[in-house]
Structure formats: structure tokens, C-alpha cells
Design a protein around this ligand. Structure first.
Ligand SMILES: *[C@@H]1O[C@H](CO)[C@@H](O)[C@H](O)[C@H]1NC(C)=O
Length: 517
């Protein structure tokens, strides 16, 4: 999560950099005169293979075909930007022929080993392509490939994907026709074919140099990516910015892979049946999680109570044996006061959660397993309902007259894309619902989710985190803190300040809760 925030932050901070660039005098179109026919053929091989990869992802139902935008693209407007960034004509030409993915229409932005699709029609991403690993962010860059913090993307090298929340980036060297697939954190290859290749020592003093990381012929790598998908060595699993959906939910545990095989991937693939089955697998998984939620919550509270208890035990040990100075001694006492308050809090939560389990799950069974088809049906019912509500919202917004303002037109376009994806998904979920309904009628004749479970929806009665003892605990902690402060010797300014700060804060908290009570 923190990493996502950092990445987003860095991405948004990188915008002003672009504004610093002074556009050169407009030059003519990116010149292709200097590119030899052989070079051109190799660049087309890259663009064609990227298309083949994207089409494979469409066939796998991971991308909606409307989201692929094929070349050639008119990049005249970026010419001066390319010059400023010193991008080789071969790479400029490649940018104009690559296919691009529009995630809003395609439905996903996650691509291969935690990376994302990129789009070099976007000036910012062209610029980020000069530092695809965010390695030089905040570093005073020197345009010297042989210095420690130097630039590391030579003009004829470009990424073909972009960094997601860490993960891999595909890098292409247009002069040597080579590809590296590099994981940002491991700083090693994620090319499946190079897993057993021994890593060499870095050869450059530039610590961002990736020359030593295993790499191979670009065409071979991209053809292999298609093969990996066809052989299910790779299953698309969604990206960080795609949110939590069927692909992230079912990708990791192998369920998607099984469903692909079940439906004849790759050569006899029934994509429609696959998608319906994916929706049903999702429903079963969600219903199953729902069915045991009260038990899981109680278990989580028990675990965190254990963690607090062992923290308390550790500080007590320290106080007995480890502390040397007075400051450490009083610091440990203060820590014990806080740990005891947290332990009281954690144990009350355990009590509450266990009480709830006794109420809702007699004999540790929250929902009778014979009702399982009805749970799944209820999930699909709610899902269809939600999608229909969203569709109605979009239709209402789209029925308003088109605006004169370009920004609002942009919104409109986004909504149209969302609507396209939603219509497809809704058709899948309605079919899944019908199939689940027939099954439930056979297996639980005459029953409904409501009659079977006594619940209205897939929702347990509200779980109140505030509990009767909460205020008493807060007051107790305040009193303990005051008593401790009265004993701390005057010369231990730091400990005294910590405790008095806490007291002030706690007084404000308790005061606030008096008002809201
Ligand atoms: C390409 O775009 C530029 C403006 O950015 C425009 O002047 C030019 O006519 C376009 N070329 C083609 C072939 O559409």
C-alpha cells in the first residue's frame, strides 16, 4: 500500500519536470531516413509481436478488444520532446508503430510480472521512459552513462512496458535487438527462459546499469511471452491499479489456470463459457469467505491480542534485565503502561468477537453448508443488482446533452468506455446467475437464501467496535499516565515530555468522546 502511494506520489511529482523542458524549435516529423531497411524490419517485428501478445490477452478475455489501439500513430506533436530527450530515431519510429492499450476501454492495465501497459503517445511516459525504474528520481542527474548515478537509458534503448507497483519492466535495445525483463526490487531478470542463467557481476560503475543482467534476442523473448500465455506458464492476474477483480482474486491460487484448461485453452477455447465460470468461481469464493467471516474476525483479534501480550512480556523482561540508565528504566515503565492499556483493549475485542461467534455461529458453523448453492446465488443476485444500478447511473449521465467543454467531453468518453465494459460484464453475470439459480432449485428446492439463513443479504449484523469498556479503559490509561508522570524524576526531561504530550492528547480524546456520547 505504502509502495503504491509512493509510486503514485513519484509519478505525480514527475510532472513538473516535463514543464521544465524548453521545447526546441519545431523540427520536421521524426525522421526515418537514417533507419536502414533491416533496422525497420526489426522494429516492425517488435510492434507485430506486441500486437500478438495483446491479441492473446484479448483471446484470454483479459482485455477487451476495443482497448487495443494499433499504429501507425502520428507523433509529430512530440517531435521536439523527442529531440530534447535525445531519443534515437529508431525508437521514435518504434513509438509510432507500436500498438497501445487504453486501460479504460480494455479493462486492465496490469501487464506481465507486476508491470503495466505503457503508451508513448503520452509525453510524460516518453519522459519516464528515460528513467523507467524511478532510479534517478530526486538525484541530480548527469548525462554520463559511466558515473554512479548517471543516466542509464541510452537513446536507442526504451521500455516496452512501465513500472506498476514495483514489479517488472521490459527493456528493448533497438541497436542490438535485445530484451531485458527486469524486476525493480530484485534487480534481476524475470524472463522465464533465463531463470537458470547465472547472474554476472555489474560491469559499469553506474549502479543503474543493467547490462550485466541476463537478456536475449528480442524476437525470441516476445514470441515466448505469447507461448507462455498459450501454455499457461503465465496467467494474467491484474495489476495494482486495476483494483480487486476476478483476475486478482482467482489468479494467484491457480483457479484461473484450471478454468482456462477446463474450457479448452488455447486451441478449443470457449471464452464465453470460461467467463461465466469465472463469475461463478468468484461467487463461490466470496460466499465461502462470507460464510466464515465471524470466525475469521475472532481469530484475527485473538492473534493481535497475542501480539500485544508478547510485546508486554518483552518490555517487562527488559525492565527486569536489560535497562541500564534511569531514562531507559522510566521509558520502559511508560511503555508498560501503554502496552497494558492496549492489552486490555485487545482482550475486550476478543471477548466481543467470541461473543458474536457464539451468537451467530453455534458449534462454529455460521451458515449451514447444505445452503451453499443459495449463498452463491445470493452473491450473483447482489452483483447483478449493483451492476444494473451502475449502468443506470451511467445512462443517466450519458443522456445529458454533450457539453461544449472539452474536459467534460473527456468524462463522457470515459463513461462510454466504462459502459461498454459493464454491459459485457453484466451479460456474463446474468448468465452465471441463471445457471446458479437452476442449480439452487435442484439442490435446495423451495428454499431461498433468506429462508435458509435468516439473513437478508450477504451481510452479517453490524459489528460495533465501540464497546462498553472503551471509555473506562481510556480513563484508566489517563490516570495511569498521570500517576507515572508524578513519579518520573525531574531531570528525565525526554520521558516526562513524552508522557505529558500523551496526557494532553488523551485528555482531548476523552473530552471529545464526552461530547459525542
Ligand atoms: C500529424 O499531426 C500534425 C499535428 O500534430 C498535423 O499537422 C499533421 O497534418 C498530421 N499528419 C497526418 C498525416 O495526419
Amino acid at each position: 500500500m505504502l509502495a503504491t502511494i509512493l509510486t503514485l506520489l513519484i509519478m505525480s511529482l514527475s510532472i513538473p519536470l516535463w514543464q521544465r523542458y524548453q521545447p526546441h524549435s519545431p523540427s520536421s516529423n521524426p525522421s526515418t531516413d537514417s533507419i536502414t531497411p533491416q533496422q525497420k524490419a526489426r522494429l516492425h517485428e517488435i510492434a507485430d509481436l506486441m500486437s500478438e501478445i495483446y491479441e492473446t490477452l484479448v483471446a484470454m478475455r483479459y482485455l477487451d478488444p476495443s482497448g487495443i489501439q494499433r499504429g501507425p500513430h502520428n507523433l509529430t506533436a512530440l517531435a521536439s520532446h523527442f529531440t530534447t530527450l535525445n531519443i534515437d530515431p529508431a525508437v521514435q519510429y518504434l513509438y509510432s508503430i507500436l500498438p497501445y492499450i487504453d486501460p479504460a476501454a480494455a479493462g486492465h492495465s496490469g501487464f506481465l510480472h507486476g508491470g503495466e501497459f505503457t503508451d508513448f503517445r503520452d509525453a510524460e511516459r516518453v519522459e519516464q521512459g528515460r528513467d523507467p525504474f524511478y532510479a534517478l528520481y530526486g538525484v541530480e542527474t548527469v548525462p554520463d552513462y559511466d558515473s554512479e548515478d548517471g543516466a542509464y537509458m541510452r537513446p536507442w534503448v526504451t521500455p516496452l512496458s512501465q513500472l506498476g507497483n514495483h514489479g517488472s519492466v521490459i527493456l528493448y535495445d533497438a541497436r542490438r535487438h535485445l530484451i531485458w525483463m527486469i524486476d525493480q526490487e530484485g534487480w534481476s531478470t524475470t524472463d522465464l527462459a533465463l531463470r537458470d542463467v547465472e547472474e554476472r557481476e555489474p560491469v559499469s560503475v553506474n549502479r543503474n546499469s543493467f547490462e550485466h543482467i541476463p537478456h536475449r534476442d528480442a524476437g525470441e523473448v516476445l514470441r515466448d511471452v505469447v507461448r507462455w500465455y498459450r501454455a499457461l506458464d503465465e496467467v494474467p492476474t491484474g495489476g495494482e491499479s486495476d483494483g480487486w477483480d476476478e483476475w486478482s482474486a482467482l489468479g494467484d491460487d491457480g483457479s484461473l489456470r484450471e478454468l482456462y484448461l477446463k474450457h479448452g485453452w488455447p486451441d478449443a477455447f470457449d471464452g464465453d463459457a470460461f467467463e461465466v465460470d469465472v463469475a461463478r468461481a468468484m461467487a463461490r469464493m466470496q460466499a465461502e469467505e462470507f460464510a466464515t467471516e465471524p470466525l475469521r474476525v475472532a481469530q484475527e483479534h485473538r492473534k493481535s491480542a497475542e501480539r500485544v501480550d508478547s510485546w508486554l512480556a518483552r518490555v517487562r523482561d527488559q525492565l527486569r534485565e536489560g535497562v541500564q540508565t534511569d531514562e531507559e528504566k522510566w521509558g520502559a515503565r511508560w511503555e508498560i503502561v501503554r502496552a497494558m492499556a492496549q492489552a486490555a483493549h485487545a482482550n475486550e475485542l476478543v471477548q466481543l468477537a467470541e461473543h458474536r461467534v457464539r451468537d451467530l455461529c453455534p458449534g462454529n458453523v455460521c451458515l449451514q453448508p447444505q445452503g451453499r448453492p443459495l449463498w452463491e446465488l445470493q452473491y450473483l443476485h447482489q452483483e447483478v443488482e449493483e451492476q444494473e444500478t451502475r449502468l443506470a447511473e451511467l445512462d443517466e449521465q450519458l443522456s445529458e446533452a454533450p457539453s461544449e467543454q472539452p474536459v467534460l467531453d473527456d468524462d463522457r468518453e470515459q463513461r462510454n468506455k466504462e459502459r461498454g465494459l459493464l454491459m459485457r460484464k453484466l451479460a456474463v453475470y446474468r448468465t452465471a446467475y441463471e445457471a446458479a439459480r437452476l442449480e439452487a432449485e435442484q439442490q435446495c428446492p423451495g428454499q431461498t437464501f433468506q429462508s435458509m439463513t435468516g439473513l437478508e443479504r450477504l451481510q452479517w449484523p453490524a459489528w460495533r467496535i465501540e464497546y462498553p469498556g472503551q471509555r473506562a479503559n481510556a480513563l484508566q490509561l489517563l490516570q495511569d499516565a498521570r500517576e507515572l508522570l508524578a513519579q518520573v524524576p525531574d531531570d528525565l526531561q525526554r520521558v516526562r515530555a513524552q508522557i505529558s504530550d500523551f496526557i494532553r492528547w488523551q485528555e482531548a480524546m476523552v473530552g471529545n468522546s464526552e461530547e459525542t456520547d
